[in-house]
Design a protein around this ligand. Structure first.
Ligand code: MRU
Length: 347
């Protein structure tokens, strides 16, 4: 399967509409900032690295037709676009990392003509995409070293092709293990309420010929107790300096369960997911999403009493002491994380 989650094509953004999966592989074309913002907000595109790509391309979309004559007025337009994109979803570090990269490319080249700054911004947005493709493959290689023949791996949400450009972080490790001819088995948590595991992870793993079994989120403990899980691997949306990692809601409970059952719990994430400005996970902003995702999304009739109060945080934070190792494109980091993360990523 050779697909790209998001790319620049025919002078606009082309992305898979992930809301339509697994029933339809449909692409949407985006040629204005508002549609880009909506695509992020409604999760047509989702997953931290894919959101980084969307942010980079989004900034370019926001400035490509700029008529600004001076750098200052051009930069104002760029900042406005970046600020707007930043209001779409708060948790994935990659989105803000990409916005920062775009702004600093403009700033570093402020003495150049507006048209050459535009070209450089386009190159940077493409660079973010290529960086992700390379990082995922490197993570896959490092991570596959942790996988043994006949391992049975539990994963949550979707940290695969659809969350990145074309390979995946946690699922990239699985793809690489398969490329190395290791026979493996995957259990995918359905991942309530948006069902990224059921809709997206099973879809792409099956297309890639991986042996995958879908479970409801509350079945993980039973599988672990039965000795059916050898490893848990998840992606991450933002990782603090001490290794605390935000990922899809439910990841923390899997880490607690893995710890109890003495199963290694790994996170695979590129350096663009690390937030070196925060010391610990308590500083991570957790997105809260609409109550409809819990009460009715994907169901033809409501599945909860009308008017019930709903709590719908989209992410949780797994504390570093529950994480056996973090797989990055620069190598594998093992606890204690404080100090090592900064050294590996900035060294
Ligand atoms: O709400 P989502 O679908 O954007 O959440 C995505 C996740 O939590 C992924 O596991 C994470 O971004 C890592 S993706 C490589």
């Amino acid at each position: 399967m050779n697909i790209r989650t998001i790319e620049w094509k025919d002078n606009r953004i082309k992305m898979i509409d992930q809301r339509k999966l697994p029933n339809k592989l449909e692409y949407v074309y985006i040629n204005n900032l508002k549609s880009l913002w909506q695509a992020v907000k409604t999760m047509k595109v989702r997953g931290a690295p894919a959101l980084g790509a969307a942010a980079g391309l989004g900034v370019y979309l926001g400035i490509k037709n700029s008529k600004a004559k001076t750098y200052l007025s051009f930069k104002k337009e760029l900042d406005r676009a970046a600020k707007y994109i930043a209001t779409s979803r708060p948790t994935a570090r990659n989105l803000f990392w990409a916005l920062g990269n775009m702004a600093s490319v403009a700033e570093k080249n402020r003495d150049k003509s507006i048209s050459s700054i535009k070209k450089m911004l386009f190159k940077e947005a493409q660079g973010i995409i290529e960086e992700d493709r390379a990082a995922c493959r490197k993570m896959g290689k490092f991570g596959a070293g942790l996988i043994k023949r006949n391992d049975s791996i539990l994963t949550v949400c979707n940290a695969g092709i659809l969350a990145t450009i074309d390979y995946g972080t946690a699922l990239g490790v699985i793809y690489r293990a398969k490329e190395e001819r290791k026979k493996i088995k995957v259990f995918a948590c359905e991942t309530r309420p948006v069902l990224q595991g059921a809709r997206l992870t099973t879809w792409e793993l099956m297309k890639k010929g991986i042996d995958v079994t879908l479970i409801c989120d509350n079945m993980a403990a039973t599988l672990m107790r039965q000795g059916k899980i050898d490893k848990v691997i998840s992606g991450a949306d933002r990782i603090a300096l001490n290794g605390d990692s935000a990922n899809k809601i439910g990841t923390y409970s899997l880490a607690v369960l893995a710890d109890y059952h003495k199963i290694p719990f790994y996170i695979a994430a590129p350096s663009s997911t690390f937030d070196l400005s925060i010391k610990a996970g308590g500083e991570i902003i957790i997105e809260e999403r609409s109550k409809e995702e819990v009460t009715s999304l994907f169901f033809s009739k409501p599945i909860a009493a009308r008017g019930v109060k709903v709590f719908n945080p989209a992410f949780d934070v797994t504390p570093n002491n529950l994480i056996s190792a973090i797989i990055t494109e620069k190598g594998i980091i093992r606890p204690p994380y404080t100090g090592k993360i900064k050294r590996l990523l900035t060294g």
